[in-house]
Design a protein around this ligand. Structure first.
Ligand SMILES: [Zn+2]
Length: 387
């Protein structure tokens, strides 16, 4: 009997260790894959131009995974060394707090959640296993810890922070600015006051919904496809008062329409494709693109197959070309969705391949400077809280 107990306990400990130290890493490796295109190389023109760019990306999900942002990993798409070798200036880091099982782009209920298991497997604080709000707070702490650990990473919360960072970066191009964002305001847990808590934690961009409907409104992949709720209206007003940037990514067409009707400040749509090059329920119609441009907003074009039709940089450049021709180059940005459980053809260190694809798409050097980061920096300089 005693032997059996010993056997059982060692098996249990082994299971425990596997779950808490390996499961999260396996999920990360399986879900975030880079499939390198061997025949796609940057030209001399791209190499010269890329050095002059100030690069900024509106959406990456790597806070979700069991990694140290300040050191490089063999898998995944974003970490500090990869951002530096890609010549990035700025990355928006997202907190993802809930993701439904059997996720799809058509209809997901809000009843199931994969992040609970991941939160446990990643050894996050127990409070965060049971609270979407605390998951957001924990991910904000992960980013801030990385900022404390590395002098190369700066946390940006205000227009003044951004101006200071850009001045510093002129003399030290090995610096990366980090902005915190959240993917879905179900993180409020229906509590209006929690918006203060998220703001205090440093969240400056907030996505309203993710792959399912929440108390704010309908998702493009939710069941109802509804617009903005009364609670959502109160939240939008408060966000604008606090100068929090509204991210309409994942919003249903009705929610986009409702928010743009009342928004007084420009919005972003951080990561998406466009129906004009790839017709998917998650992608933006011409009408939605025009409304966002009219609002002064910014569209981040994604790098993954289900957004732009293939993982080839030429497909990303084609979506950027279409959007730019329709609403003007000043409204187009990058929204990679790196590390967002997607497959891409390059990681952050090889973003020069997109510079090459934009050259091949006949964008001028000046337009490429805007798309790769100029537009994003200009937008943030005007729309982050002043100080
Ligand atoms: Zn997303």
């Amino acid at each position: 009997m005693r032997n059996f107990l010993k056997y059982f306990l060692s098996l249990f400990s082994l299971g425990f260790l596997i779950f808490f130290f390996i499961t999260g890493k396996i999920a990360d490796k399986l879900l975030n894959k880079v499939e390198i295109l061997n025949n796609y190389k940057p030209s001399q023109h791209a190499k010269k131009l890329h050095k002059e760019l100030i690069i900024a990306d509106l959406h990456a999900d790597n806070l979700l995974w069991d990694r140290d942002l300040t050191s490089t990993t063999s898998h995944g798409m974003v970490d500090l060394p990869k951002l530096i070798s890609g010549n990035y200036a700025l990355q928006v880091f997202d907190a993802v707090v809930k993701s439904p099982r059997n996720l799809n782009y058509l209809s997901n209920s809000a009843d199931s959640d994969n992040i609970t298991l991941l939160a446990a497997a990643n050894r996050w604080p127990i409070q965060s296993w049971f609270s979407l709000y605390h998951r957001a707070i924990h991910q904000s702490e992960l980013l801030k810890k990385a900022v404390q650990k590395s002098s190369r990473l700066d946390f940006i919360e205000t227009q003044d922070d951004l101006k200071y960072f850009l001045r510093l970066r002129k003399n030290n191009s090995y610096k990366i600015g980090a902005i915190l964002s959240i993917e879905g305001l179900h993180a409020l847990e229906g509590n209006f006051q929690n918006l203060n808590g998220l703001f205090e934690a440093g969240f400056r961009i907030m996505g309203l919904v993710h792959f399912f409907d929440n108390k704010i409104g309908g998702s493009s992949a939710g069941e109802s496809k509804q617009g903005l709720t009364d609670f959502g209206k109160r939240i939008i007003r408060e966000m604008e008062k606090k100068e929090i940037i509204i991210d309409l990514a994942h919003a249903s067409p009705k929610l986009i329409e409702d928010v743009l009707r009342i928004a007084k400040r420009p919005v972003i749509f951080s990561h998406t494709g466009v129906k004009g090059t790839f017709d998917s329920p998650r992608n933006l119609s011409d009408a939605a693109l025009r409304s966002i441009a009219k609002n002064g907003g910014l569209i981040g074009i994604g790098f993954w197959e289900e957004a732009v039709g293939s993982i080839h940089p030429a497909s990303i450049a084609a979506a950027i070309r279409y959007t730019s021709d329709l609403i003007g180059v000043d409204h187009v940005a990058l929204g990679s969705d790196f590390d967002g459980a997607v497959t891409t053809s390059f990681d952050a260190s090889k973003i020069i391949l997109l510079t090459e694809a934009l050259i091949q798409e006949n964008f001028s050097d000046n337009e490429i400077k805007k798309i790769m980061g100029g537009n994003q920096i200009k937008f943030l300089r005007h729309n982050l809280p002043v100080k």
